[in-house]
Ligand binder design. Structure first.
Ligand code: URA
Ligand code: CA
Length: 433
């Protein structure tokens, strides 16, 4: 087989066979196929698309390019949740202990954040002592004993995806549905999930800026998962504005604690219950979504979810007393309130710009090498559709640097006060197979 023929076939709109896809993935991973041929194929896929069968074959080929995680020693159905990334997305911090409190195993491998979106591990590491560098044996033992553990990604999972993703980044081929879908699904499958709940974000703060694209991506991923024997479903959720109120690591841990107490922001709670109910049903701990939702709400009400969060923190070396005393979390030196310049209704909050503002304060990384400041970030007091009076504070900057003029300007530019606005719908669509 010659790589040039594979490229020609896709360029001219043909459907690649499983053998051709395997030939490419193996050859590219080993170095036998050079970057320039892989770029040409990625560009051909970008223009010609892939069939559902090609996407599944590409996904499984990338899974086989490296190690896979064997979670078979953990009892129960391992349901993983994946978000395509958003601003102030505190969901996993709440969802993981909440679902675990219903005896569902949460064995999560997580990454760190890059750009305007934050990573779950960065958020958890704002808790003094908490660490994710645990051995595979310890990880499995913790999930079996306490139903929850998070470890940083180790081992050589999906090397083909790593190489291809870096190449796509510099060849204008990131925005291709089959390439994104196979990239995400290969990582989830290699990490050992039995079932997968996808949270595909749509809007300014999301990777997919329109509902149409978000739906296409969700459909592609759901199809891939189910065709390779992993129960998969997707929720398309709003990311036109940040989720909840807090954007920033320790600030989001505090927000997660509030939510686990039943006192969190409405949108965050609703998204947690929507995704959580699907996870509970997939894990076969409830027959219907209504029953699942009831169980989740009960666990919050009686404090079981919060207790699970404490145990989780303690198991991984963190100080669990922050749950009862969040003032012990890292706190920024300065709190700077931003007040409304006129009265009206908040009509727009550009999520990605708010994410970038938090990143510039030190809450995120512009490059992989940047160090994160866990204490800094932003807290919204108003969301789209809320009334605000002239002079009333609508946002607080938490900073360790006194001069935040540039960030203030950016925020004022990206939060609009108009005469009227509806609250955005949070759940746009649910996609089952
Ligand atoms: N995230 C991924 O993991 N892969 C992509 O291709 C795009 C976003
Ligand atoms: Ca948040």
């Amino acid at each position: 087989m010659r790589m040039v023929d594979v490229i020609l076939k896709k360029r001219d709109g043909g459907e690649l066979s499983r053998e051709e896809i395997n030939f490419f993935v193996r050859g590219y991973t080993s170095g036998a196929i050079p970057d320039y041929q892989a770029s040409a194929l990625a560009m051909a896929i970008y223009f010609q698309n892939m069939s559902a069968r090609e996407m599944s074959d590409l996904t499984m080929s990338m899974v086989r390019s490296g190690e896979t995680v064997d979670l078979s020693e953990i009892r129960g159905i391992k349901v993983d949740k994946h978000s395509t990334g958003g601003v102030g997305d505190t969901t996993t911090l709440v969802l993981a202990p909440l679902v675990a409190s219903l005896d569902i195993p949460v064995a999560k491998m997580s990454g760190r954040g890059l750009g305007h979106t934050g990573g779950t591990i960065d958020k958890l590491e704002s808790i003094d002592g908490f660490h994710v560098e645990i051995t595979k044996d310890k990880f499995i033992q913790l999930v079996n004993d306490d139903r929850i553990a998070i470890m940083s990604q180790t081992g050589n999972l999906t090397p083909a995806d790593k190489k291809l993703y870096s190449l796509r980044d510099v060849t204008g081929t990131v925005e291709s549905i089959p390439l994104i879908a196979s990239s995400i699904m290969s990582k989830k499958i290699a990490a050992g999930a039995d079932a997968i709940v996808l949270d595909v974000k749509t809007g300014a703060g999301a990777f997919m800026k329109t509902d149409k694209d978000a739906e296409k991506l969700a459909f592609a991923m759901v199809k891939i998962g189910n065709s390779v024997g992993r129960n998969t479903m997707a929720v398309i959720s709003d990311m036109s504005q940040p989720l909840g109120f807090a954007v920033g690591n320790a600030l989001e841990v505090k927000e997660a604690i509030d939510t686990l107490r039943g006192e969190g922001p409405e949108d965050l709670m609703e998204l947690v219950l929507t995704l959580g109910s699907e996870m509970v049903v997939l894990a076969k701990k409830a027959d219907t979504l209504e029953e699942a939702r009831g169980k989740l709400i009960e666990s919050i009400k009686v404090g079981r979810a919060l207790e699970k969060f404490k145990a989780f923190i303690e198991n991984q070396g963190g100080d669990p007393s922050i749950v009862d005393n969040p003032k012990k979390l890292p706190r920024a030196k300065y709190k700077i309130d931003l007040t409304a310049l006129k009265s009206g209704v908040v009509s727009n909050i550009v999520a990605d710009e708010i994410g970038i503002s938090a990143m510039l304060l030190g809450a995120g990384r512009a490059t992989k090498e940047d160090k994160i400041d866990p204490s800094v970030g932003l807290v919204l007091h108003k969301k789209i559709g809320d009334r605000v009076e002239k002079g009333e504070k609508f946002l607080t900057i938490h900073s360790n640097c006194r001069d935040v003029e540039e960030i203030k300007t950016r925020i004022y530019k990206n939060i609009t006060i108009g005469s009227r606005a509806e609250k955005p719908v949070l759940i746009h669509k649910v996609i089952m197979k």
